[in-house]
Design a protein around this ligand. Structure first.
Ligand code: ASP
Length: 420
């Protein structure tokens, strides 16, 4: 894949960062005056909202063709089924281990911050929550009955499963398979050209998304839930700094500074889009351009990660389960907390990489340990704020595993190619 033009990278990143901060400032400043201003309410904010939605659509538009083409090309380009199996086992193992650690950190933060203590919520809470899926449904849902329908519905797990079969079959089919996988490689190269075009629009999209969110919720909504927000944010930061830095230092022999610098765009995109899948084009571009990870590893590890690896979501589910238990005055035994680790790991695997999906999957975690699903209503109001942090950690976690798998396959990780 051709890198985004080196000379434009620092200014693009800078523009995205400026868009981000201006969006926050703008949103918080205008939030209180929107109701009294017709111009803001009827013209300015809807226009900004539209710009943000267009940016999201452009990212979403890329997901299905990009994931399917690059996953088939990436799988086939490994060329050797044994090597593919090795990369697959390493990737899934790292994803599951880091996810379980994330939940422990979430539970620790929930125990430390004790966000629900003193809320004393009883049955008068009437809000209804959507039913989560059962564990059996989550497992069954991985397998497509009609891959074309899976493409049409953007069902990422099913697309991944079919693309893996397809890529493996390309290896097995010899010369004919090679011709076909070359075609997929060409398609994914063309898709990357579109990624570059969309990224040129990113600073405006980022501004619009963050401004809309900040204006909609304002600072005030955060007040009663500061502790939950703090627990999730602190947990995410601890997980990123401790676990990912450690992985990069130990397995890649690189400094955390090198690592975090290389994935800034992906992290910001995840934070504002609240979608791992939507951030995938940027994530792929970052690890390839900035770390020099090969196409075969990145095309395999990252789409899989954007779909099944959700450390942030798992951590958030740990914090929220404790929060709900504390708010309803239900004591959580050690066994129940271990149950949370097991179900939250599975729930995070089954969580789609789209905004708000983690909240729905939280119902599965709560029900499995006997907590009231009405608790969902408690966190729903601030879910947007929590979603940004958890999606950011989800995406950052994918890049850490990707770098480690690449290093373990003997790839030389490059120095950053830009000097921002
Ligand atoms: N928004 C998250 C993601 O895309 C999923 C979630 O809601 O937890 O990674």
């Amino acid at each position: 894949m051709s890198p985004i033009h080196v000379s434009r990278r620092p200014s693009l990143l800078l523009k995205i960062a400026i868009g981000f901060f201006l969006g926050i400032i703008f949103g918080f400043i205008v939030a209180p005056i929107i109701p009294g201003s017709v111009v803001l309410k009827d013209y300015v904010m809807p226009t900004i909202d539209l710009i943000g939605k267009i940016f999201l659509r452009l990212l979403m538009m890329l997901i299905v063709p990009l994931v399917s083409s690059s996953l088939v090309a990436g799988t086939a380009s490994v060329g050797d089924i044994r090597k593919l199996g090795r990369i697959g086992v390493k990737t899934v193992a790292l994803y599951l281990i880091t996810t379980a650690i994330a939940i422990f950190i979430g539970l620790a933060c929930g125990n430390l911050f004790r966000p629900g203590i003193g809320m004393n919520i009883t049955d008068e809470l009437t809000a209804t929550a959507k039913e989560g899926k059962s564990i059996a449904d989550v497992i069954l849902d991985i397998f497509p009955s009609n891959p074309i329908a899976s493409l049409g519905n953007s069902n990422m797990l099913q697309i991944i499963v079919f693309s893996l079969f397809f890529g493996i079959a390309c290896i097995m089919a010899g010369e004919r398979g090679k011709r076909l996988s070359n075609l997929f490689e060409d398609i994914s190269e063309v898709m990357y050209k579109i990624v570059h075009m969309v990224m040129a629009f990113a600073p405006y999209g980022v501004f619009a998304l963050i401004a809309t969110t900040a204006a909609k919720f304002g600072i005030v909504i955060l007040a009663p839930f500061v502790k939950v927000i703090a627990a999730v944010y602190v947990g995410c930061i601890i997980h990123a700094i401790l676990i990912y830095s450690l992985m990069v230092v130990v397995f890649c022999r690189r400094s955390p500074f090198w690592y975090f610098r290389g994935i800034r765009e992906a992290a910001i995109t995840a934070f504002v889009t609240r979608s791992s899948s939507g951030s995938l084009p940027v994530t792929l571009s970052n690890v390839r351009d900035n770390f020099g990870v090969s196409e075969s590893v990145s095309s395999f590890v990252l789409p899989l990660g954007a779909t099944i690896n959700m450390d942030g979501t798992a951590l958030y589910q740990g914090v929220c389960a404790l929060f709900v238990a504390q708010a309803f005055g239900i004591p959580l035994t050690m066994n129940m907390q271990l149950g949370i680790v097991a179900t939250a790991t599975l729930a995070s695997v089954g969580t789609a990489g789209v905004p708000g999906a983690g909240l729905i999957m939280l119902t599965m975690v709560l029900t499995s340990v006997g907590l009231p699903i009405e608790g969902i209503a408690l966190v729903a109001g601030i879910d947007v704020v929590l979603d940004s942090a958890r999606t950011c950690l989800n995406v950052v976690g994918d890049t850490a595993v990707c770098a480690v798998v690449a290093a373990s396959e003997g790839e030389t990780l490059t120095d950053l190619k830009f000097s921002a």
